[in-house]
Design a protein around this ligand. Structure first.
Ligand code: SF4
Length: 370
């Protein structure tokens, strides 16, 4: 039997695992805290665990990070890590520091099957779902390597957004335990308000998330009607806007925030006219408590799409604001390292280039010791 990577076990699963080894639940709690709060990767470091348990674990389990292919630091402090997930696949996580928070954007899949027209990940196609440990390892690495680098003893990352590569609700089985680890007081202790799942609209899974782990929800809307959304977000053909909005309203009675965030990528001449803005007002006002986030499109050659002008975005936002819809325009961060939204792992499909990068020396700080 292959050794278990303990990064993938939420506290209940770790307790069940420890029980199989003849250990009580409080031992699992201690172990969990060593892993997630202290970033330990070596059982020998875990000084308050009985030596007999450490010996048992050493033969059967491990705590292993994802190999880092590259780390890029932007002039604005944004950091992007490219992680190797095997067989020529790589995923990215992006750290975005701001004055009042520090957000980590995490990937849930290598590639994505949804195929949104404006998304470079979607253009790459789908490789595979990440396992729970691979999702958690992105936070584990970011948090503990940054703590070491900054000499910090307190938690650094305050917010998580599941907005990296992949559609998280199409990897639901791996996502839910990862969210539980993020929220657990013995793990990262993040509040449900500070963990956001972003979806293109997998309606049955939004309903399940409401029951299982109702964290904050962001929905990639991108169009005010089905005819246009069918083209931009192909999943709309399966779950059209009316169904999607109904499930959003239903979600809100258990959500930690009293609004849904709708993401709207601004595409020149496609979805950015004043008529589109008015249609959006008619669709949402008084129907779904929400905030709108207008995202400047990050062009990539295969898309054939162009970013809306600043003036157009501002006129569009004006229509929404005057109608009373809370609207923000997303700042682009990490442009110089291609870390902006929709640019993640833009080169990953080109496996030769990934392979070449694997051969390059990478300087990174070490996580995993306390
Ligand atoms: S926007 Fe999200 S759901 Fe759509 S293709 Fe990109 S990663 Fe997939």
């Amino acid at each position: 039997m292959s050794a278990v990577n303990l990064l993938g076990l939420d506290l209940d699963s770790l307790a069940a695992y420890c029980e199989q080894l003849g250990e009580k639940r409080f031992r699992a709690t201690q172990l969990f805290r060593w892993i997630h709060q202290k970033g330990a990767s070596d059982f020998a470091q875990m000084s308050d665990l009985a030596k007999s348990l450490r010996d048992k674990l050493a033969g059967r389990a491990h705590i292993s990070a994802l190999p880092v292919i590259t780390e890029q630091v932007s002039a604005d402090g944004t950091i992007k890590w490219l992680f190797d997930v095997g067989q020529g696949n790589a995923v990215e996580a992006v750290y975005i520091p701001e004055d009042d928070r520090a957000t980590l954007c995490i990937s849930s899949q290598a590639g994505c099957a949804v195929g949104c027209r404006f998304c470079s990940t979607g253009h790459q196609g789908f490789s595979r779902n990440l396992e729970t440990w691979e999702i958690v390892a992105q936070l584990w690495w970011a948090e503990h390597s940054l703590r070491k680098r900054l000499g910090a003893t307190q938690r650094i990352i305050s917010n998580i957004v599941m907005m990296g590569m992949g559609e998280p609700l199409q990897n639901y089985g791996a996502l839910v335990p990862a969210l539980r680890i993020f929220l657990d007081d013995h793990g990262y202790g993040l509040s449900r308000r500070r963990v956001t799942v972003s979806t293109s609209g997998v309606v049955p899974m939004i309903d399940r998330l409401r029951e299982d782990v109702p964290v904050a929800l962001a929905v990639s809307l991108h169009a005010p009607n089905d005819a246009l959304r069918d083209q931009l977000v192909p999943l709309n053909r399966k779950y059209p806007i009316a169904e999607l909005l109904a499930s959003c309203v239903h979600y809100l009675d258990k959500a930690p925030r009293d609004f849904i965030t709708f993401e709207y990528c601004m595409l020149d001449g496609v979805n950015d006219t004043l008529e589109h803005a008015q249609e959006l007002v008619a669709l949402l006002r008084g129907k779904v408590p929400c905030k709108l986030n207008l995202i400047p499109f990050n062009p990539f050659p295969a898309s054939g799409l162009v970013r809306s002008s600043r003036e157009r975005v501002s006129a569009f936002a004006d229509v929404l604001l005057r109608a009373g819809l809370v609207t923000t325009v997303r700042k682009t961060r990490g442009d110089d390292i291609d870390a902006a939204c929709g640019q993640l792992a833009g080169e990953v499909q080109d496996r030769t280039r990934v392979h070449q990068r694997l051969l390059r020396p990478v300087v990174v700080v070490q996580a995993g010791s306390s």
